[in-house]
Design a protein around this ligand. Sequence first.
Ligand code: SF4
Length: 329
Amino acid sequence: MTTKRILSGMRPTGKLHLGNLHGALKNWVNLQNDDRYECFYFVADWHALTSDYSDTGQILDNVTDMVIDWLSVGLDPEKSTLFVQSRIIEHAELFLLLSMITPLPWLERNPTYKEIKEELSNRDLSTFGFLGYPVLQAADIIIYKAHGVPVGVDQLPHVELTREIARRFNFLYREIFPIPEPLISDVPKLLGIDGRKMSKSYGNSIYISDTGNELNKKILSMFTDPQRQRKSDPGRPELCNVFSFHQLYSDDSSIGEIDVECRRAGIGCIECKKRLAARITEGLQTVHERQEYYRGHIKEVLEIIENGTARASGIARATMAEVREAVKI
Ligand code: SF4
């Protein structure tokens, strides 16, 4: 059976939250456990510079922390190649070559460009690096001749741009790159505790590492159905973020009970949230145990990164030899 190569990365901008876990990492773990795929996952530390270029002090620590979180949620270095982007200099070389052939309007029309600029309006993102990051992303993907890129629907334009760039390279020089397909995962809609998109920059995230009081406090402050002002008001679970989390962390009979009791005002939101906090604590117990183990075994984590990076590097070097030959440079 021929395996398909999967490639995905994440920016090391700090602790991972439950949005990252359910929006991407669970899917990464499922893909690694599927024999049809060969998975490569990388820490996109150069991408972190696109928005955090003026404050780089945390990036190195964040890289290690992120790999610890990956291992803790079940990524297995025996099955997945885990590596760090900036250690493989060939990504930058391919980025440069691709930037020569990428028309500027392709980047300017990228919908997330405007969206992130607005989201991070406190930072000056009028840089060449920020406009050009989809080209770096394309280099990250095609340098491994990836067949599939796991993404949420909102990231589809990025994969489309990568496909356009790969096609353009193949047309101008030589057919080197497979055209990668997006692998769309069914991502549950989880919002932050204030009802906006869960994001570190909004300060509304529940982190994978949150425990005890920290976790309880966040869950108790979560927005619920806005029409449910008092306990005697019937609620609409389908409009409540707390209920979305119950659907991931509680068993079917508890979900059914909350659904019924909320609608007939038989359960209060505080009780509902307390139950959720207990379920999330249980659900993350193994993750927390593994986090503790890897934090105490940093050498092992660094070795995993070294081995994965060496493996990825061999593939990137071989691709670049072909690319240089094709470009005649
Ligand atoms: Fe949401 Fe639970 Fe309150 Fe219903 S009872 S509105 S599901 S928090």
